[in-house]
Ligand binder design. Structure first.
Ligand code: NDP
Ligand code: ZN
Length: 350
C-alpha cells in the first residue's frame, strides 16, 4: 500500500477536508499515476451532497484526472513510466458482457465501477477519486493524453468532454445541423466546441444575460435567454438536436417545442425525476426523441482526446488550489465559473 494525501467529505453536510488514504499495491495490469490536475465536475458536488442517494463516505471526488505514470504492473503494455495519461469516470467493468466487448464499458451489464463512490471488483473497497496525490488504475481504463494538449486544460475532457462528444457522435451531428446546448457550464461549453467542430450551427440556451457575449466568443452562432418565454417561443421547431446539461429538475416542455420533427432532446445533466411532467404530445406529434447519454466508453474517450488534439480543442479552465475547493463548490452552484475549475494538485503538498 502507498500513502496518498487527499481531500474528502466525511458526510453530506460536511465541507471537504484533508484525509490520508491508501492506494493499493500494483496488480499485474495496473498503472500507478502521480496526479497533476483534476477537474471539478458538478457530479462531484452531487455525490458529496448525496443528491442521488447511496454516497459512501468518506467521499474523495474527482474523475477528470491527468497525471504521469509512476510505475506499471508486470503485464502493462500500453503505458510507460513518465507518460502523461488520463483517467475519467470509470476504473473498471466486467469486461466480458456485450457492452464491454463493444467498448461501451459505461453501460456494462453488470455495472461499471466508478472512479469514486464505486466498489472495487476484487477487494470490495470503496473507490476514491482524483482529489488526491496518486491513483492506481487498470490500464484498460487509462487513456493517453496527446502531447499537443495542455495537460491542465485537458483534464475536464475526461468527463465534460466525453459526455458531450459521445451523444453528438452517436446521433450523427453533421455540418449544417442546428444544435442547441442548454446550460453554459462545464459540459455546456464543451458541447459548443464539439458541435462547432462538427460543422453545426450552434445556439446556447442560458439563463444568464451576462453569458451572452461569452457564449459568442465560445463560437456559438446564437444565444437564447431561456428565461424569456418570447425568445423560447420564437425558436419553436428549429433544432435538430438539443443537448441538455442542466443539473436540476426543469421544465423540458418549452425545449421540446424548439425541436423540429424527428429532433432529439438528449439529457445528460439530470438523473432524477422530470418536474414539471412532460407532455407526451410534445414527442408524439412531431416524432421527437427524448434520449439520455452517459459519459462514453474507453475507445471513444481516446478517440475524443485525439479529435481534440487534431482540432485544437481544450477546456476553458480556472485553476484552483485544493484548499479553496469548498468555495469553488459554492461558486459552481451559482453558475459562477468559466467554465471548469481544475485543481492544481501541487497545492495538495503545501
Ligand atoms: P456546471 O455547474 O458546470 O454547469 C451547469 C449549467 O447548467 C450552469 O452553468 C447553468 O448554465 C445551468 N444551470 C445551473 N443551475 C440551473 C438551474 N437551476 N436552472 C437552469 N439552468 C441551470 O455543471 P456540469 O456541466 O459539470 O454538469 C452538469 C450536469 O451534468 C450535472 O448534473 C452533472 O452531474 C451531470 N453530468 C452528467 C454526465 C453524464 O454522463 N450524463 C457526466 C458528467 C456530468 P447557465 O448559467 O448558462 O444557465
Ligand atoms: Zn463528471
Amino acid at each position: 500500500m502507498t500513502h496518498s494525501k487527499a481531500y474528502a467529505a466525511q458526510a453530506a453536510d460536511k465541507p471537504l477536508a484533508p484525509l490520508d488514504i491508501e492506494r493499493r499495491e500494483l496488480r499485474p495490469d495496473d498503472v500507478a499515476i502521480e496526479i497533476d490536475y483534476c477537474g471539478v465536475c458538478h457530479s462531484d458536488i452531487h455525490t458529496v451532497e448525496n443528491d442521488w442517494g447511496g454516497s459512501l463516505y468518506p467521499v474523495v471526488p474527482g474523475h477528470e484526472i491527468i497525471g504521469r505514470v509512476q510505475a506499471v504492473g508486470v503485464d502493462v503494455r500500453k503505458y510507460q513510466v513518465g507518460q502523461v495519461v488520463g483517467v475519467g469516470c470509470m476504473v473498471d467493468s466486467c469486461r466480458s458482457c456485450s457492452a464491454c466487448e463493444t467498448g461501451l464499458e459505461q453501460y456494462c451489464l453488470k455495472g461499471m465501477t466508478g472512479t469514486y463512490n464505486g466498489r472495487d471488483r476484487h477487494d470490495k473497497s470503496v473507490t476514491l477519486g482524483g482529489y488526491s496525490e496518486k491513483i492506481v488504475v487498470s490500464e484498460r481504463f487509462v487513456v493517453n493524453i496527446p502531447e499537443k494538449l495542455d495537460a491542465a486544460s485537458a483534464a475536464p475532457l475526461l468527463c465534460a468532454g466525453i459526455t458531450t462528444y459521445s451523444p453528438l457522435m452517436h446521433y450523427g451531428v453533421k455540418a449544417g445541423d442546428r444544435v442547441g446546448v442548454i446550460g453554459m457550464g462545464g459540459l455546456g461549453h464543451m458541447g459548443v466546441k464539439f458541435a462547432k467542430a462538427l460543422g453545426a450551427e450552434v445556439t446556447i440556451f442560458t439563463r444568464s444575460e451576462s453569458k451572452m457575449e461569452e457564449a459568442r466568443s465560445q463560437g456559438a452562432d446564437h444565444v437564447i435567454i431561456s428565461t424569456d418565454p418570447a425568445q423560447m417561443k420564437a425558436a419553436r421547431e428549429t433544432f435538430d438536436v438539443l443537448l441538455d446539461t442542466i443539473p436540476v429538475p426543469h421544465d423540458m416542455n418549452p425545449y421540446l417545442n424548439c425541436l423540429k420533427y424527428d429532433g432529439k432532446h438528449i439529457v445528460v445533466g439530470l438523473l432524477t425525476a422530470v418536474e414539471p411532467p412532460l407532455q407526451a404530445g410534445m414527442l408524439v406529434m412531431k416524432r421527437r426523441v427524448l434520449a439520455g447519454s452517459l459519459i462514453g466508453g474507453m475507445p471513444e474517450t481516446q478517440e475524443m482526446l485525439d479529435f481534440c488534439a487534431e482540432h485544437d480543442i481544450t477546456c476553458d479552465v480556472e485553476m484552483l488550489d485544493i484548499q479553496n475547493i469548498n468555495e469553488a463548490y459554492d461558486r459552481m452552484k451559482k453558475g459562477d465559473v468559466k467554465y471548469r475549475f481544475v485543481i492544481d494538485m501541487k497545492t495538495l503538498k503545501d
